[in-house]
Write a protein that binds this ligand. Sequence first.
Ligand code: SF4
Ligand code: SF4
Length: 124
Amino acid sequence: MVNEMERRIGEISGVNVDACYLCGKCSAGCLFTEQMDLLPHQVIMYIQRGDDSVLNKETPWICASCFTCSVRCPRGIDVAAVMEGLREIQIRKRGYQKLDLKKIENLEDLPQIAVTAAAQKLTW
Ligand code: SF4
Ligand code: SF4
């Protein structure tokens, strides 16, 4: 039976996290795990368990939306979309934002991928 977290993530991202068999390949390829408080495959595991404490973790905000995990997943799970879904739930819930692009100086001098990753975190 689909739990509430799975349902909400599925609705926003179109991803069925139940298909994940927790092989850890997504985490193995992620370049940002040292900064994360939960590894990408653990994020999926929390959602499978219906544990909404995942919404209090920093990992979705550290995620750079590089899609490495999504490309590597043997089950075709778009982990990056799940991270975006978690950010969206937080934003919808309490207008929560980690980044304010307007406060970043010299935005035009930053690497394009960094700006894109930051902007992804500002979607409603
Ligand atoms: S790579 Fe795919 S199947 Fe493996 S743990 Fe990550 S999301 Fe699950
Ligand atoms: S999309 Fe996010 S979780 Fe996936 S590999 Fe990139 S930084 Fe890591």
